[in-house]
Design a protein around this ligand. Structure first.
Ligand SMILES: Cc1ncc(COP(=O)(O)O)c(C=O)c1O
Length: 442
């Protein structure tokens, strides 16, 4: 699969003024892909070619691109003269907050941000204020945003993890230059599903918070096993540690009440983003009143600063209200459709691969899925790093793109089905996937 000369030209031109050529460097793709239009389940590139989209721009498009009720709400908000008032509260942010509380039972109070990274940043700040502790625990292979606390060991290559033992924390590997060297003193990285590693840290250090995606979705679909989240809840309770579920990816995609409502574990704080505004920039931090109260603590020394010029901007807020209203009104229909499309995709993929030389497992939660080129469903990043055939996955994705099925070309990245996809889209995808698999070389 190669890029068109037009796509290469546009990238070269943009490189002259944009550092690296793309904004958000993780959007750089090989092959170079440049899209210019999206609607529902489809993307169109600058060459005019149409793709069935499973990337969903890193997954916010739960309802599909440019979902009509959301578009209408955004246009209406602008026409009505809603603006960034910059003073006082607004009726629309109140409406959104009420709606979120009605959807997510574990949220007693919340705040609105622009992005998921801001939400996770503030969650850690609240946890530190509440516990008077500095250290935090994050997951190897997880992603919770770009800020310093969570910018370690994103997806370490196997050769850098040779010294790691189960039940132990990882040696820290900053994922970015420019982070202060002292940051290492307050961050610990463990493998997901390794409860012994967390328990050891909690019993030997003063830990403010554990933050994690309840399903490790930065690297596909890695689910909790052996009551991991329940055990984590207990371990945090026993040590006064704040448990933060980062539901930026899982929230609203898997259930209106977040994955926490499916698994029945109550975090102290939760963060949301992505699907909550169906593609518009909005993040949420919410949880126990006791913790959220630090944002307006009467003692200025204990008060946690939350600020942001664009927080509660009426355009993303209108998008979120429209998305959540639609989800709430049509909850059964939406989640049933997503589940049945997801199940169809999974069974068809499993059927396809069963007739090939490739040993695969397709993991899935509702509308999100990932095919691993290994003989069992992964337990954590270390398991993936040891067993997944990254080279085959990379070639598979290249061939899918050549067939106009768009998955992000990085191995292990999840596929996201939207409410706009149809059974016919899935069956067409499977037809093209069969061709793509037959062309994987090596
Ligand atoms: C689980 C999770 N948390 C946080 C973030 C950061 O959100 P944002 O990119 O909106 O800052 C992401 C983004 O991919 C995410 O997947």
């Amino acid at each position: 699969m190669s890029s068109s000369s037009l796509e290469l030209e546009i990238l070269e031109k943009n490189k002259k003024s944009i550092a690296g050529g793309v904004v958000s460097v993780n959007r750089a793709t090989n092959p170079v892909k440049i899209f210019k239009k999206a609607k529902g389940a489809y993307l169109w590139d600058v060459n005019g070619d149409q793709y069935i989209d499973y990337h969903a721009a890193f997954s916010p498009y739960l309802m599909g691109h440019n979902f009509q009720p959301v578009e209408d709400a955004v246009i209406e908000a602008i026409r009505e003269g809603q603006s960034l008032m910059g003073a006082g509260t607004t009726i629309w942010e109140g409406e959104l907050a009420e709606l979120i509380k009605a959807c997510v039972p574990n949220i007693e109070k919340l705040q609105i941000t622009n992005t998921g990274s801001e939400a996770t940043y503030f969650a850690l700040r609240l946890a530190r204020a509440h516990t008077n502790r500095d250290d935090v625990i994050v997951m190897q292979g997880g992603y919770n945003g770009w800020h310093n606390d969570v910018c370690f060991n994103l997806m370490d290559p196997l050769e850098t993890m040779t010294g790691h033992q189960e039940g132990e924390e990882h040696q820290l590997r900053p994922f970015s230059a420019g982070m202060p060297s002292f940051q290492k003193n307050v961050v610990h990285v463990v493998e997901y599903n390794d409860i012994a590693a967390i328990k050891k840290l909690l019993s030997t250090k003063k830990i403010a918070a554990v933050i994690l995606e309840p399903i490790l979705q930065n690297v596909g679909i890695v689910k909790p096993v052996d009551n991991y989240l329940q055990k984590l809840r207990t371990a945090c309770d026993e040590t006064g540690t704040v448990l933060i579920f980062d539901e930026v990816k899982t929230g609203f995609r898997h259930a209106l009440g977040g994955y926490q409502s499916l698994i029945g574990v109550k975090p102290d704080l939760s963060t949301f983003g992505k699907a909550c505004a169906n593609g518009y920039p909005l993040g949420i931090i919410g949880g126990k009143e006791e913790l959220m109260a630090y944002f307006y603590h009467p003692d200025p020394k204990k008060r946690v600063l939350i600020a942001g010029t664009y927080n509660g901007h009426p355009v993303p807020v209108a998008a979120a209200i429209a998305t959540l209203k639609f989800l709430k009104t049509n909850e059964k229909e939406v989640y049933q459709k997503l589940e049945s499309l997801g199940a169809l995709m999974q069974s068809k993929l499993e059927g396809l691969f069963a007739n090939t030389k490739y040993v695969t497992k397709t993991a899935r939660q509702g509308s999100a899925f990932a095919t691993y080129f290994m003989d069992h469903l992964p337990k954590n990043w270390m398991d993936i790093a040891k067993n997944h055939q990254f080279d085959v996955d990379a070639k598979y994705r290249q061939e899918l793109i050549a067939e106009k099925i768009f998955h992000f070309p990085t191995p292990t990245k999840q596929g996201s089905i939207s409410f706009a996809h149809t059974e016919a889209d899935i069956l067409e995808t499977i037809k093209r996937t069969e061709k793509a698999i037959s062309r994987i070389k090596g």
